[in-house]
Design a protein around this ligand. Structure first.
Ligand code: GLA
Length: 413
């Protein structure tokens, strides 16, 4: 009798998937890489655009450099659900539906991402998933979606952690492994809970393609909002706190890239290099069909990508501030006892350093890993210049142009 009861209770528990629901494991062992439509195209997206982007990602080598997710952001659907409550892809933008495009992307060896929102409406005013989470998750799974970016507009008094748990559980019941990209902007400290729910979580409001500015939107909206330049996003949170929560399968997301969207080449390098130091997702936000060779050289730089994609998954940290605050030295421990070192010059003037910071042992208190150039030999490689700089000496001559980085990889011999 007792045994029968236990079996019954176990059966009940098994049937209620949400008891066991968890995020899809094994995804995003390194920060996700890909392309997202929003930064350049806003809601002006279409099947033709996405196919053109995919084709260029392949012919330019970006897919093979690791950018394998193609993510349709806001604007892919009609303004109303159908009579059954299903989301409807905009037939003018996507005449063959979304499944057709997903199949196309899969046939090219890439993965497909889509966007929606925890609130009643997306940030662009399209139908959000609130109250339709399981229905929407089933639809995405039936299309073969691999990635969901889930936003935070029109959420009223919703509890953020709970809202993202609902979507995590909805995705889990489909049985399809779908990467969940939490886009909550950092308001409710998603780094504290995001790792159990999704694979990445935004830490800031939207990025803007400038090195150091705030793009204010007053627009007559009830609440004012701003988009932020590169250094504003770097300064927005306590990175030492954030890095405690980053690990394989769970990453702080500093927002999609603005490389190739109007900043100077050095600023693009600084942006890209710092995102790699922070182990942020690397989601291209430019029109790769028309990018310049300089942009491709930055985005396709495999040495910098390797820093981002390092298998240890330890987010870098600010080690020193020099030159009256204009120069920062960031460190990131890498697999194989290597270290990435990024000298970031935020100032308007070039900086020339005779850097002696490696004279004593450096210990990352989070990982416990040490960089000890006193007792070990390290060789130095410049990741943007693609140059070997020989053995690390007690003092290192470094020139960093204004608004640029010098990004080095130290390898223990
Ligand atoms: C929010 C997000 C952006 C983008 C837009 C779409 O602002 O933070 O990344 O997805 O919504 O409307």
């Amino acid at each position: 009798m007792k045994n029968k009861k236990i079996v019954f209770i176990l059966a009940l528990l098994a049937a209620s998937t949400s008891v066991f629901a968890q995020k899809a494991e094994g995804l995003a062992k390194t920060p996700p890489m890909g392309w997202n439509s929003w930064n350049t195209f806003s809601i002006n997206i279409s099947e033709e655009l996405v196919k053109g982007i995919v084709d260029k990602m392949i012919s330019s080598g970006l897919r093979d450099a690791g950018y394998n997710y193609v993510v349709l952001d806001d604007g892919w659907m009609l303004r109303e659900r159908d009579a059954q409550g299903n989301l409807v892809p905009d037939p003018e933008k996507f005449p063959n539906g979304i499944k057709h495009l997903v199949d196309y992307v899969h046939s090219k060896g890439m993965k497909f991402g889509i966007y929606n929102c925890a609130g009643t409406h997306t940030c662009g005013g399209f139908p959000g998933s609130r109250g339709h989470e399981y229905q929407d998750a089933r639809l995405y799974a039936s299309w073969g979606i691999d990635f969901l970016k889930y936003d935070w507009c029109s959420t009223g008094k919703l509890n953020a952690e709970e809202a993202y748990i609902t979507m995590r559980d909805a995705l889990a019941t489909t049985g399809r492994p779908i990467l969940l990209s939490i886009c909550e902007w950092g308001t409710y400290e998603p780094w504290l809970w995001g790792g159990n729910i999704g694979h990445t979580w935004r830490i800031s409001g939207d990025i803007y393609p400038c090195f150091d500015c705030e793009d204010r939107h007053d627009d007559g909206l009830p609440t004012q909002w701003s988009a932020w330049g590169v250094t504003r996003i770097l300064d927005m949170r306590d990175n030492d706190e954030l890095r405690k929560h980053a690990k394989p399968g769970a990453w702080n997301d500093y927002d999609m890239l603005e490389v190739g969207n109007g900043m100077k080449a050095g600023e693009d390098r600084a942006h890209f290099g710092m995102w790699a130091m922070l182990a942020s997702p690397l989601m291209l936000g430019n029109d790769v069909r028309t990018m310049s060779q300089t942009t491709l050289d930055i985005l396709g730089n495999k040495e910098v990508i390797a820093i981002d994609q390092d298998t240890l998954g330890i987010q870098g940290y600010k080690y020193q501030v020099l030159e009256n605050g204009w120069v920062e030295v960031w460190l990131k421990p890498l697999a194989g006892a290597k270290w990435a070192v990024c000298f970031l010059n935020r100032g308007a003037e070039p900086a020339k350093l005779n850097y002696t910071g490696f004279a004593n042992e450096i210990k990352d208190s989070l990982s416990g890993l040490t960089l000890n150039a006193k007792n070990n030999r390290y060789t130095v490689r410049d990741a943007f210049a693609h140059k070997d700089l020989g053995q690390l000496k007690s003092s290192l001559k470094i020139s960093i142009p204004s608004h640029d980085v010098v990004l080095l990889v130290l390898t223990k011999k």
